[in-house]
Write a protein that binds this ligand. Structure first.
Ligand code: NDP
Length: 511
């Protein structure tokens, strides 16, 4: 159905909605537990308004118990010293179970996050692939040896698991992001305590069920449900935690780095982005415009990799804006449970108001709104949605050009020269990803080498592979996930020097 020129999918029949809510409990030392004080919190579907889950609300005693279990299991040595072969076969079993449970996980993910069901299914499949990739890596953990240090000495560089890892995840890709971290930590031989976002806790609980079914020893992975304070904060300050692996906002990431510094924990941070795509006049516009539309509306723009900022050459700016607006109107927004929906609900009413605030502030600063610019009413649904929105005449000093809007809102800036384009692209405190569109390989390469971003796409956007590392420059984070680098994050280096025989020259000749 088309409303106000946009493509809006009304509520489908509610038969997929759960008859009773999912119940989430903490997983501590292989046991499912309520909070010690019995506290719970609930999550309603951001699209449908219906109750989706009731979860145990963790407190500091639950954090204490979970960290103690992870610490014990690490220190008893059975998991960290188990063979790569054993860890690999366990991770592969988990991948198979994820495939088996794809529909159940995807439905819960959709109902808690508001993302389209077709996208949720693809993310669960992608997550299973990450577990398989990490399984393959588990058998490749090895260090180095040095046999040219002299006749009587051998040197070894051992790679050992870091220890107990706190894994803290956001609400936008709950199952995928925990799968970018946990299987790599397990492949390395670490033990873990996970805290999912309080907005999307349930698929991490399902993962816990699958880990137990796959035969993971008790206490190797623990899950504490609840809020950033006290659960997340407790996991970043506890003296028995060796490393924090966090994905979320730059603000919380900075506070985690500061609190983890007190015990000098290793910290890996995957944070926000304000990702530019530069479009040169010789670009293949059919491809670029489709990718721009995909890049800004995917996951309703609630995506660290959102291509929320395009920088277009002045000669083609008008054509690009017109074509982006025309294509935006064809993107199906609406009920996430409909198989054809491409953009679902916004995670919370507060977040919807925040998105709108950015758009209104840009408009009052002189930007032009070509499409959207307000909440979207979806017939039959009580949740919150935001219209596909295209804003031009954006200048570098506007908040919409510099900050993460995290909504389906595209900002258009223009340039004359390649240097100007690069300057605009780099005029951000973030550095997660960037893109360039041109049929000239030299133009693409020059931009790719000079832009400050952890990932650069040329003539494409947001492709991802388990083999390729992902992470940010500057305030987009530190450390890398995926690829071999994703495993290395969870490994510590130990140097072992062995002298052979009685050859050591005495320091004091006391005879
Ligand atoms: P937040 O930073 O608000 O929260 C992330 C997680 O941290 C949640 O589980 C949250 O708990 C927890 N948390 C909050 N406060 C603390 C604290 N003081 N100590 C420890 N943990 C805490 O991010 P969002 O959930 O809002 O996610 C959106 C953000 O994530 C965006 O900025 C986005 O760019 C970024 N992101 C980055 C990705 C990347 O790979 N670079 C990928 C995906 C998202 P709770 O909310 O339950 O209270």
């Amino acid at each position: 159905m088309t409303i106000h020129d946009l493509t809006v999918i009304s509520a489908v029949d509610g038969s997929a909605l759960p008859k009773k809510p999912f119940t989430g409990r903490h997983l501590i030392d292989g046991q499912w537990r309520d909070s010690l004080d019995g506290a719970t919190f609930v999550r309603r579907s951001p699209a449908h308004g219906t109750l989706v889950s009731v979860s145990a609300k963790g407190g500091s005693e639950d954090v204490e118990a979970a960290v103690a279990a992870a610490r014990r299991r690490f220190d008893d040595g059975r998991w960290p010293f188990s063979s790569g072969k054993k860890r690999a076969s366990l991770l592969t079993r988990v991948a198979d179970l994820i495939d088996r449970e794809r529909e159940r996980i995807a439905l819960v993910e959709t109902l808690e996050s508001g993302k389209p069901i077709s996208q949720a299914r693809a993310e669960i499949e992608g997550a299973a692939d990450l577990w398989r990739y990490a399984a393959a890596l588990a058998r490749t953990v090895h260090g180095d040896s040095h046999n040219s240090l002299g006749q009587d000495i051998l040197g070894f560089v051992l790679k050992e698991p870091v220890g107990v890892v706190s894994i803290i995840t956001p609400w936008n890709f709950p199952f995928l992001i925990v799968s970018q971290k946990l299987p790599f930590a397990l492949a390395a031989g670490c033990t873990a305590v996970i805290k999912p976002s309080e907005l999307t806790p349930s698929t991490t609980v399902i993962l816990g069920e699958l880990l137990l079914e796959a035969g993971l020893p008790d206490g190797v992975v623990n899950i504490v449900l609840g809020y950033g304070e006290p659960v997340g904060a407790g996991l970043t300050t506890h003296a028995d935690v060796d490393m924090v692996s966090f994905t979320g906002s730059t603000g919380v990431g900075k506070s985690i780095a500061a609190s983890a510094a007190a015990t000098l924990k290793k910290v890996s941070l995957e944070l926000g982005g304000k990702n530019p795509q530069v479009v040169f006049p010789d670009a293949d516009l059919d491809s670029a415009i489709d990718a721009i539309v995909f890049g800004v509306y995917f996951n309703a723009g609630e995506c660290c990799n959102s291509g929320s900022r395009i920088i277009v050459h002045k000669d083609i700016a008008q054509e690009v804006v017109e074509r982006v607006v025309a294509l935006s109107k064809k993107v199906p927004f609406g009920d996430p449970l409909h198989p054809e929906t491409r953009v679902g609900a916004i995670i919370s009413p507060e977040h919807c108001r925040k998105i709108d605030g950015y758009v209104k502030s840009a408009a009052s600063g002189g930007a032009a709104i070509h499409l959207g610019g307000g909440e979207l009413a979806v017939p039959g649904l009580s949740g919150q949605f935001y219209q596909p929105t295209v804003v031009s005449d954006v200048t570098g000093d506007m908040a919409i050009a510099r900050e993460e809007v995290f909504g389906p809102v595209l900002s258009v800036l223009t340039f004359d020269t390649p240097d100007e384009a690069l300057g605009l692209a780099n005029a951000s405190s973030y550095g997660l990803s960037a893109g360039v569109w041109s049929e000239n390989v030299h133009t693409c390469l020059e931009f790719a080498r000079k832009v400050k971003a952890g990932t650069v796409w040329t003539n494409t956007w947001m492709d991802g592979f388990a083999e390729l590392p992902f992470g940010g420059f500057r305030e987009s984070g530190q450390g890398r996930e995926l690829g071999r680098y994703g495993l290395e994050e969870f490994l510590e280096v130990k140097t072992l020097q062995m002298r052979l025989g009685q050859s050591r020259e005495l320091w004091l000749n006391s005879r």
